[in-house]
Design a protein around this ligand. Structure first.
Ligand SMILES: Cc1cc2nc3c(=O)[nH]c(=O)nc-3n(C[C@H](O)[C@H](O)[C@H](O)COP(=O)(O)O)c2cc1C
Length: 191
């Protein structure tokens, strides 16, 4: 392995999710988001269906998303304190990216599960590119993805709102609890 390969690999192995309370300004710029989208488009994707859209929420749009989150919290029976906490979830990250799936259930060659895999791959590539650019992020969902007003605000008919990727400059070194299995456990020799 040459030095450039080693550096790239070590950087990739150091990606951990960074929650919104540890994300500061600035978030990725429009040019950086475009680079991240290019990385997402390099994910494997049977039939090149690109069964996803990523919708960037930045600037004043965060306030509109906060209002939607607060309304959804009230509709779910949360009190005013709960509504304000949910609104905060929209306002805290410098940039949020809504992840929208557009799965073609009737596709003759590419079953739905392969399209979901393509979306997951795209999301991972997008997040890895953010990490390599020096940003932290965490994918979040929750019951509000199923709130009809929120879903309609992000999705066309037939699409599914997966959640939001919170993005910003990490206030702490990205690191995570070692809860996942080691490589020997997931990489098995088949005979
Ligand atoms: C589609 C999706 C939705 C998720 N939703 C949540 C969530 O609502 N709350 C949460 O704490 N983690 C959620 N996670 C998990 C975190 O984003 C993160 O991957 C997990 O905490 C593991 O951390 P790591 O990425 O550092 O390994 C979600 C992950 C995915 C892929």
């Amino acid at each position: 392995m040459n030095q450039a390969q080693d550096l790239a690999l070590q950087a990739l192995l150091g990606r951990y999710s960074v929650g919104p309370k540890h994300l500061l300004e600035p978030g990725p710029s429009p040019e950086e988001l475009e680079l991240m989208a290019r990385a997402a488009l390099r994910a494997p994707d049977h039939g090149e269906l690109v069964p996803w859209r990523f919708k960037v929420v930045r600037g004043a749009a965060r306030q509109r998303m906060a209002e939607l989150f607060a309304e959804a919290a009230r509709a779910a029976g949360k009190g005013e304190e709960g509504a304000q906490m949910d609104a905060e979830r929209a306002l805290r990250p410098p940039v949020s990216v809504a992840i929208v799936a557009r799965i073609d259930l009737g596709h003759p060659q590419v079953p739905a599960h392969e399209q979901w895999v393509a979306l997951g791959g795209a999301l991972a590539q997008f997040m890895s590119a953010a990490h390599l650019l020096g940003y932290g992020g965490k994918m979040l969902s929750g019951a509000k993805v199923r709130n009809p007003q929120i879903a309609a605000a992000f999705c066309e008919p037939g699409e599914t709102l997966v959640g939001w990727l919170a993005l910003g400059t990490p206030a702490k070194r990205p690191e995570g609890a070692q809860r996942k299995p080691g490589p020997q456990e997931v990489l098995q020799l088949w005979a």
